[in-house]
Ligand binder design. Structure first.
Ligand SMILES: *Cc1c(COP(=O)(O)O)cnc(C)c1O
Length: 404
């Protein structure tokens, strides 16, 4: 077993060696510029790019012509939001998104707000879900776009994309979906789900980093977006810049593998996730699951541990590569805005740990993680007077604290 054990697959996934193998020729002898039309080096580059476009289209139920290559989901999301606002600004200036979106969405929304847009940020309930009635009520004649993630990267809750797609279709509003956490993990189909624009990322699906795709619907309706990067007119003018052929080939291969193996992999990973959850909660009380119990990603487990200290917890988990629910912003520890939006209290947010399992996670690694987590939390609680008092049945809220 290689330590630390990698359990941060919602942050990035290791590249699949089959993807590396597919990329190798394009990192070496097949180095042509896919835009070079006058010789064989260019042609073989272009051919490889078109093959990848088809592979990615198949993964999400789109045609190859609807796939645009970008540097990742962040860029795709920027083009979707800024590009739609610029193109449809005449029609209306209102977009709807949600408070638990990825920063790429929230920061793009803030950017267009500075340029005259009105943005509704839908709240979520304690499970991370939006209220569809609230979504419907937020729609005005000025609304041009709804932008939501398929599944949340922190606590794994899945939004009912097909139901939302029905609502946006009925109202004639464009629907952008950030599928960075779901493309290649669970079924995504732009036709069945009524999606008009979709963002995905290579490094979240065992492909290379720095490559992603944007799906832009070409019919019913034909979506037009303004470019964010201007230049040689690559990617039908929507994203200029010489194509990263090896990374594109890798993303295509990753999409093909994901489609072939999705069903069995999702089941295997979800079983491991359940084994981890059961193993921890069998030995420990006062452990809280963040996110929805069933409407969640197969590979994500986000838990808060009461009566321990967040930093001490992470220190105790040195042999586990996991993410914590707190991010260091300047000098202070800020609890995650996602957990905050779900109403998770500050203390539980500080002790939240995201376990992200993946294609290469083994049962042995999960059992090792269970031992580590249980051992660390037990040890920390033994030193915690609060835990002891709670176990003795003392209501901590009734205790008069001496500030000295
Ligand atoms: C990782 C991620 C992104 C950003 O993707 P990059 O390819 O790293 O830019 C956006 N949204 C979600 C939900 C993600 O998980």
């Amino acid at each position: 077993m290689k330590l630390p054990i990698y359990l941060d697959n919602n942050s990035t996934t290791p590249i699949d060696l089959r993807v590396v193998e597919a990329m190798m020729p394009y990192l070496t002898e097949k180095f042509g510029n896919a835009a070079s039309r006058s010789h064989a080096y260019g042609w073989e580059g272009e051919e490889a790019v078109e093959k990848a476009r088809t592979q990615i289209g198949k993964l999400i139920g789109a045609t190859s012509k609807e796939i645009v290559f970008t540097s990742g989901a962040t860029e795709s999301i920027n083009i979707a939001i800024k590009g739609a606002y610029e193109m449809y600004g005449e029609k209306g200036n209102h977009i709807i998104t949600c408070v638990t979106e990825h920063k790429a969405t929230l920061d793009s929304a803030k950017y267009i707000e500075k340029h005259g847009a009105k943005v509704t940020y839908l709240p979520v309930n304690s499970l991370g879900q939006i209220n569809l009635e609230e979504l419907k009520n937020a729609i005005t004649p000025q609304t041009i776009l709804v932008s939501l993630m398929h599944a949340n990267n922190e606590m794994g809750t899945i939004h009912p994309i097909a139901e939302i797609g029905k609502i946006t279709k009925e109202k004639g509003i464009l629907f952008h979906v950030d599928a960075a956490q779901t493309a290649g993990k669970i079924p995504v189909n732009v036709e069945q789900m009524g999606i008009d624009i979709l963002s995905l990322s290579g490094h979240k699906m065992y492909g290379p980093k720095g490559i992603g795709a944007l799906y832009v619907r070409r019919s019913n309706p034909r979506v037009r977006l303004a470019p964010v990067v201007h230049g040689g007119g690559h990617e039908r003018g929507l994203r200029s810049g010489t194509l990263n052929v090896p990374a594109i080939v890798g993303l295509g291969k990753a999409a093909e593998l994901a489609l072939e193996e999705m069903e069995s992999e999702a089941k295997r990973v979800a079983d491991l996730r359940d084994r981890l959850y059961k193993g921890i909660t069998k030995e420990l009380d006062e452990v809280y699951l963040n996110g929805h119990t069933t409407e969640r990603l197969p590979n994500n487990l986000n838990l808060s541990f009461a009566y321990v200290e967040g930093e001490a917890l992470m220190m105790g988990f040195k042999e586990l590569a996991v993410s914590s629910g707190s991010a260091c912003t300047s000098a202070s520890l800020e609890p995650s805005y996602v957990l905050k939006a779900m109403g998770v209290g500050e203390e539980l947010a500080h002790t939240s740990i995201r376990f992200g399992l993946g294609r290469f996670t083994t049962p042995e690694e999960v059992d090792f993680a269970i031992d580590k987590v249980v051992g660390t939390v037990k040890r920390l609680r033994e030193m915690s007077p609060l835990y002891e008092m709670a176990k003795e049945g003392i209501d901590l809220k009734s205790v008069q604290w001496n500030p000295h």
